[in-house]
Design a protein around this ligand. Structure first.
Ligand code: PHE
Length: 350
């Protein structure tokens, strides 16, 4: 067989073999690259056919050369188009694999919620800041002096029995009321500056824990000391607070009471927001619900704390945050406010 025939036969053979290899479904980009090397590389069949040129006559050379070039083009076209096909398939497979089903429901992110006690405190703070009050902090481990003596409750005063106290030592105790902030603030302000503060915080009493009592609880103290403040200012202020907490159409009722540090002292009821005064289990059929204690600052307290009672008067109030939260949100056991049970807390998400 002449070299020329050999070359032409090789051409057909090569083309067929390559096509067969390219149609192999398990071909990868990697093995395609190897095929390219195999066919078009220096030791490949095309290169080998080129080597045959020297054995041909000058007349045969051009057409043989053309054939080989055409073969080379054909081989690289075949490989190139296979490569495109494989690359496209790879992209498709990747897209398929990474496909996101946007119709699937999302994972729920567990966001926290503001505790109802904090909610009530924040609500009251907002209201009073809006009326020009300052929010104060006070120590929970307090001196007897501030918690009792400066509030007109000397040692042996019977009022001490009303507030069973956790003592730390002879002078110090866990404050039984945020009223301790009254004495701190008046002394700090030095007797010649108006006071307008609220002080939210924890207080402690040696109470047996039950559905309505807790040895640790939360109060918000309010104190105003200025030159011409009266009981009607106190009433107006408390009415505003009751309405902001329990609804705009609430009314309040004042009843005489006794606290050593206020004179006169009052207890304040809000009209029942459940039955609107008709009588129900919430208000024990009275139409009224007790919400806080208050009064005009006792002259003794004013003068012990550096304010001249002939020039200054004041009013004070103390509200139990737990009680407000329980009324407002219909919670019937104070202990559930401290149990951190997510089922309760989650109900009060904003
Ligand atoms: N400190 C009182 C209590 O705990 C409440 C109160 C505060 C009363 C301020 C009058 C004025 O019961």
């Amino acid at each position: 067989m002449s070299d020329k025939f050999k070359a032409l036969e090789a051409y057909e053979d090569l083309k067929q073999k390559l096509e067969a290899k390219l149609s192999n479904t398990s071909l990868t980009l990697q093995s395609l690259q190897e095929l390219r090397q195999e066919y078009l590389g220096k030791k490949g069949p095309i290169q080998e056919l080129m080597g045959e040129m020297k054995n041909l006559s000058p007349e045969e050379k051009p057409s043989f050369g053309q054939k080989i070039n055409a073969l080379k083009t054909l081989v690289s076209d075949l490989i190139e188009s296979k490569k495109k096909e494989l690359e496209e398939r790879q992209v498709q497979e990747k897209l398929e694999k990474e496909r996101i089903d946007i119709t699937l429901p999302g994972k729920e992110v567990n966001t926290g919620s503001i505790h109802v006690l904090s909610k009530v405190i924040e609500e009251v703070e907002d209201l009073f800041i809006g009326m020009g009050y300052e929010v104060k902090d006070g120590p929970e481990v307090e001196y007897d002096e501030y918690n009792f003596r400066l509030l007109n409750i000397p040692k042996d005063h019977p009022a001490r029995a009303m507030q069973d106290t956790f003592y730390v030592d002879v002078e110090r105790l866990l404050r039984t009321q945020t009223s301790a902030a009254q004495a701190h603030t008046m002394l700090e302000y030095g007797g010649n500056k108006d006071v307008r503060i609220i002080c939210p915080g924890k207080a402690y009493r040696r109470d047996e824990d039950d559905a309505t009592h807790s040895h640790q609880f939360t109060q918000i103290e309010g104190l105003v000391v200025t030159k011409d403040v009266t009981m009607s200012d106190l009433k107006g202020t408390l009415l505003k607070m009751a309405q902001s907490l329990f609804g705009e159409d609430r009314e309040i009722r004042l009843r005489p009471s006794y606290f050593p540090f206020t004179e006169p002292s009052i207890e304040v009821d809000v009209s029942c927001f459940k039955c609107h005064g008709k009588g129900c289990s919430m208000c024990k059929d009275t139409g009224w619900i007790e919400i806080l204690g208050a009064g005009m600052v006792n002259n003794n307290v004013l003068s012990m704390c550096g304010y001249d009672p002939k020039k200054y008067q004041g009013f004070a109030f103390g509200v139990g945050v737990e009680r407000i939260a329980m009324l407002k949100y219909g919670i019937d056991d104070i202990r559930s406010l401290y149990a951190n049970d997510l089922r309760l807390l989650k109900q009060f998400k904003a």
